[in-house]
Ligand binder design. Structure first.
Ligand code: CTP
Length: 394
């Protein structure tokens, strides 16, 4: 998932920017729009707000906007600034460093990569002034796409049409991907508990919230990985850019993991139930009957099976919840399960500060070369650090 700041200039092709917002969001990106004054003549802030599901910024001089999100902050919080359509005038003002409206000020203040998709009349595009401006912008590091050639709204024919939204999105992905360490990699993540049915209404479960696994899936996607998240029953929103497969039982999770292969890495964060009820009742067990004796059988060990399979990902990471002698047990678990790394957390704390369901974790990362301890930190930070370590290893 990436954050795109989309500046919509004043040209008839502005309607195609609407389609671009839709495509970019479908690809998992968030889009925040800035509409120039000229842009207002072609599309409305309402259209852009509805499609982006975000506030639309239109002027430097809005006290409320400035108080909530200053224009400097707005220019920096994106991963990529996209100008589409980039009119001849916008290109000229960008090339000369103007800062007399919101769009030009953002473009001057940003420290993020900028991609411009030009659209204008063929004569304007071929004018030496525009060609000079494009050359200047490219020398400044701005990606300026070549416009398409064809019939134009003004009745002329030639280069100057806005590239199709699909082509702009591909250019966006490629510009973003250049700086993203896990682009082109597929990572499999399991998260959450599993539910093992006793009868159609009752099940055996555990306290896993799925928060750590979901945070890891999101952090990997933010580094550009294609992420398949196999999730047990939890009520968390899917992190942007992540493909989610919902499952209930350990056996369903095992099947979903197998179906998602091949992968470059697997991070098994799920708290998989070790046992299931041997023969779950087909109908609800009535209280009037004698208290049932549950006969349990072992579930497949998804991590151990994957680590020893023919399709073993290059890096297999397991998690371990331990209550005593954490490092020693984690090291033994690493060997027993055939994992490359075990991320161990101490879950012995009193309920009030429990790791399971809580928002922070103390981590021991056990690898072939030893153990590293990460002091108690938010689960989001654990996720970020682990994703970076995975990128180092792949
Ligand atoms: N795991 C798995 N499939 C299972 C059980 C566990 O994939 N059926 C994975 C978990 O996702 C985790 C790791 O194995 O990455 C460790 O799980 P844990 O339950 O802590 O280990 P156990 O093998 O159950 O060992 P013990 O209960 O003895 O601590």
């Amino acid at each position: 998932m990436s954050r795109i700041l989309l500046i919509v200039g004043g040209g008839i092709a502005a309607y195609k920017a609407c389609e671009l917002i839709r495509l970019a969001r479908r690809a998992g990106h968030s889009v925040t729009c800035v509409l120039t004054e000229a842009g207002h003549h072609f599309v409305t802030p309402m259209t852009l707000a509805a499609l982006s599901e975000n506030h639309v910024y239109t002027t430097l001089w809005d006290l409320k906007d400035e108080a909530e999100m200053g224009h400097i902050q707005l220019s920096r919080q994106a991963d990529l600034v996209v100008v589409a359509p980039a009119t001849a005038d916008l290109l000229a003002r960008m090339a000369h460093g103007h800062a007399d409206d919101l769009a030009s000020t953002l473009l001057l203040a940003t420290d993020k990569p900028v991609l411009a998709a030009p659209a204008m009349n063929v004569r304007m595009w071929l004018h030496p002034a525009t060609l000079r401006n494009v050359e200047t912008l490219r020398a400044d590091g701005v990606t300026v796409l070549e416009p398409d050639e064809g019939a134009m709204a003004c009745g002329e024919f030639g280069p100057g049409r806005l590239p199709e939204p699909e082509a702009i999105l591909a250019a966006i992905e490629s510009r973003l991907g250049a700086g993203r360490r896990l682009a082109g990699r597929h990572v499999l993540v399991t998260a959450g508990p599993t539910h093992e049915p006793i009868d159609p209404v009752r099940y055996i479960a555990n306290r896993s919230s799925g928060k750590q696994g979901f945070a890891i899936a999101g952090a990997l996607a933010a580094l550009g990985a294609r992420v398949t998240l196999v999730a047990g029953p939890v009520t968390l929103p899917t992190p942007a850019g992540v493909d989610r497969v919902d499952v209930e039982t350990a056996r369903e999770m095992a099947a979903a993991v197998e179906a998602a292969l091949p992968a470059d890495a697997a991070v098994m964060v799920a708290a998989v139930a070790d046992w299931r009820v041997d023969t779950a009742a087909g109908q609800k067990v009535k209280k009037s009957e004698a208290a049932p004796a549950l006969s349990l059988v072992e579930n497949p060990d998804i991590l151990a099976t994957l680590a020893r399979s023919a399709q073993r990902p290059r890096l297999v990471v397991g998690f371990a919840a331990e209550t005593e002698r954490v490092e020693e047990h984690a090291a033994a678990k690493r060997l027993r399960k055939g994992a490359d790394w075990i991320v161990a957390n101490d879950v012995s704390g009193p309920r009030g500060e429990s790791v399971m369901g809580g928002d922070a974790n103390t981590i021991h990362l056990v690898t072939e070369t030893g153990t590293e301890t990460w002091d108690r930190m938010p689960k989001g930070e654990v996720a970020h650090r682990l994703a970076e370590r995975i990128a180092d290893a792949l």
